[in-house]
Design a binder for this molecule. Structure first.
Ligand SMILES: [Zn+2]
Length: 308
């Protein structure tokens, strides 16, 4: 598998704080291809009510407008980090609220829940709330009493966070050499010889960028998804968010930190091949699970289950 995946999952530098855009579009396309027409139509109808629907359309050359909106919506929670209509709590004053939105906060803490690797794993000391948001957003989408605007706000978040839950370093952190929590590997410096022009980075960014170039779209996105889904077919039942985060935590414990205790760790060929394998598998799992969750929330009334 290594050659095919290595050639598909090209590494690029990009300061990011989640699976990069390629990762989110890969996961979203895997899910989209597994949805029934009824779910697709219901999802597209809701995305059309989102204030950024036209921006998403303008950004894509995809002739299928519904699919384009779905794929572009998958990166919206990261896009708003650089969007001046939004603000970061504690650093700026609230900005005017778009019609129907709950607020305009960037919600940086929704993307992760860093459970410490050096303590009992259920310990919850993270400022991140990814675990709770996955459940809360599904509830909003299920609730017919919520307005279209509220549900249109929640949908890109749900698409995005199912992806983030599968990035191991969005569910774990450990104490660095200075004894301080490393914020999901953000404070762990590394040397990555497989990215010759940008060897020096941090461990979190290294993992975020493994899915490929952030501008991955169209034919190359489709061929990447085809290769990934044949390498990693859906195997287990989709499960629930708590299980996805638990798997991420366990992966973080055994496979996401290069061995050694130096302040700056170096990525070996063996570690890099293993990281690419884990990334491909997790992107696939995220896609299958996102499809399952969206079918539950948007499928025909008879199939709809709103207990998540
Ligand atoms: Zn994210």
């Amino acid at each position: 598998m290594a050659t095919a995946l290595l050639s598909l999952l090209l590494l690029v530098p990009s300061p990011a704080a989640a699976w990069n855009a390629a990762g989110h579009r890969i996961t979203a396309l895997i899910a989209w291809e597994r949805l029934d027409q009824g779910s697709k139509s219901a999802l597209a109808a809701l995305l059309r009510k989102h204030p950024d629907f036209e921006r998403w359309q303008a950004r894509s050359k995809d002739p299928d407008a519904d699919r384009a909106a779905f794929l572009e919506a998958s990166t919206w929670p990261d896009d708003i980090r650089r969007d001046r209509r939004f603000y970061t709590a504690g650093r700026a004053q609230p900005t005017p609220t778009l019609k129907g939105f709950p607020d305009m906060e960037r919600r940086l803490g929704w993307h992760y829940v860093d459970r410490p690797l050096h303590r009992e794993r259920r310990a919850r000391s993270s400022p991140g709330t990814l675990d709770r948001q996955l459940t809360a957003l599904a509830k909003v989408l299920c609730d017919s009493k919520r307005s279209d605007a509220e549900r249109a706000y929640a949908l890109p978040w749900l698409i995005h966070l199912v992806g983030d839950a599968h990035q191991p370093l969005h569910a774990a952190s450990r104490n660095g050499p200075n004894g301080k929590d490393d914020s999901g590997g953000n404070a762990q410096r590394i040397i990555n010889p497989f990215q010759p022009k940008h060897q020096s980075t941090n461990l979190h960014s290294y993992w975020d960028d493994l899915p490929g170039k952030p501008w991955l779209r169209d034919k190359r996105l489709e061929s990447t998804v085809k290769a990934l889904t044949s390498l990693y077919p859906a195997a287990a039942p989709a499960g629930e968010p708590a299980q996805w985060l638990d798997e991420s935590w366990q992966l973080a414990q055994r496979a996401t930190y290069p061995p050694g205790k130096d302040a700056v760790l170096t990525i070996s060929a063996q570690f890099h091949a293993s990281a690419l394998e884990i990334t491909g598998r997790r992107l696939g799992e995220a896609g299958y699970r996102l499809a399952d969750q969206l079918r539950r929330l948007f499928g025909k009334a008879g199939e709809r289950r709103c207990s998540t």
